[in-house]
Design a protein around this ligand. Structure first.
Ligand SMILES: [Zn+2]
Length: 239
């Protein structure tokens, strides 16, 4: 493909900028603190899921406690009422006896309920303790992430600025290049990834190091000053 000498120089300069942009972007993604932040978040998600399960258990236990306490309260009221009746019964022994029996039954049931209330309360306390630990772990992880973020914000911003600067310089150069050359370069870069244009030195591709000879060399030289390496398909500046 025909190209002015200046265009070839510009093309190589654009490629260098593209490589530097790629490098800075990669460095941003691979900042060790960023990777650690991702790890913390993933772990925190797991803890949150566990916390939800534990909170579900707590809700169920508390609902059960409410039912038992309600029954206990109603029995206590029944006991009071029976006592009032007994107090007012005077010498009506039949009445006294039947309500005394009722009171004794209620007392027995309340004893069983008291045991149950104790068990459920202990269970709720235990669940609350676990939930508290999980909430503490989430808070600690959030604090750690904040610390990490603060420590890499400066580094991250410097890399982002670098990408912006290189990109604007690249846009300037790209605007000065004939569109068909730019298009060919970008298509090639997309296909091969990384280095898209090299120089041919001593009949050898400067990128993949393949020695080009015979018919392929004649063909390539015919496309000078800008051809395509028959081996790696990158663009080659042929001098
Ligand atoms: Zn090659």
């Amino acid at each position: 493909m025909f190209a002015e000498e200046q265009d070839l120089a510009t093309l190589l300069e654009i490629q260098q900028l593209d490589l530097n942009i790629m490098k800075a972007k990669k460095a941003r993604v691979e900042l060790p603190q960023r990777i650690e932040v991702m790890r913390l978040r993933k772990k925190r998600e797991e803890i949150r899921e566990k916390l939800e399960q534990v909170q579900g258990l707590q809700k169920r236990a508390e609902a059960e406690l409410t039912i038992v306490e309600d029954e206990d309260r109603s029995l206590s009221e029944r006991q009071e009422r029976a006592q009032e009746i007994i107090d007012a019964s005077g010498s009506d022994y039949r009445k006294v006896e039947s309500h005394s029996k009722e009171m004794a039954g209620a007392a027995r049931r309340r004893e069983a309920l008291a045991q149950k209330i104790l068990e459920i309360t202990e269970q709720v306390d235990k669940i609350k303790g676990i939930a508290g630990q999980l909430e503490g772990a989430i808070a600690a992880s959030e604090a750690e992430e904040a610390k990490l973020r603060a420590s890499f914000e400066g580094e991250d911003k410097a890399l982002a600025d670098e990408v912006r600067e290189l990109s604007s310089k690249r846009a300037e150069l790209a605007a000065s290049l004939p569109p068909e050359i730019l298009k060919l370069y970008e298509k090639t870069a997309e296909k091969v990834g990384g280095v898209a244009v090299g120089r041919m030195v001593d009949d050898t591709c400067g990128v993949c190091r393949t020695l080009i000879d015979g018919g392929r060399l004649i063909e390539l030289k015919a496309s000078a000053p800008l051809g395509t390496c028959p081996a790696c398909k990158r663009l080659l500046v042929i001098e």
